[in-house]
Write a protein that binds this ligand. Structure first.
Ligand code: SF4
Length: 103
């Protein structure tokens, strides 16, 4: 079954909720575009992230992808047009997932 570039790293038991991935613009793009190798930094990393975000910008399911990834707080890769750093900043500005549960 062909899914998005991200499918190789993501296992979800709610398979039926992943239908949007079948329409992702990243389906035919190498996962290496969306996930940095160990030690990648600086301009090389920014350039790869921008390539991935350019794919996302043309994606018909960007909203569904972004909503999903922000909900599950995926820590790795570019998803929904957002880098890891951008999502981390979003999480810091967001209320906790379970405000009534002490951790
Ligand atoms: S928004 Fe980006 S990561 Fe998400 S499905 Fe589309 S191309 Fe893939």
């Amino acid at each position: 079954m062909a899914l998005t570039a991200h499918s190789v790293t993501q296992i979800d038991t709610k398979a039926s909720s992943w239908g949007w991935q079948l329409r992702g613009a990243c389906r035919h793009v190498s996962p290496e575009t969306f996930f940095h190798p160990d030690g990648e930094r600086g301009t090389v990393r920014r350039t790869r992230d921008e390539r991935a975000k350019a794919v996302c910008s043309e994606c018909p399911v960007l909203r569904q992808c972004r909503d999903h990834v922000l909900t599950v707080r995926e820590p790795f890769g570019v998803w929904g047009g957002m880098t890891e750093v951008e999502r981390a900043a979003h999480y810091l500005a967001s209320p906790p997932l379970n405000p009534g549960v002490a951790v």
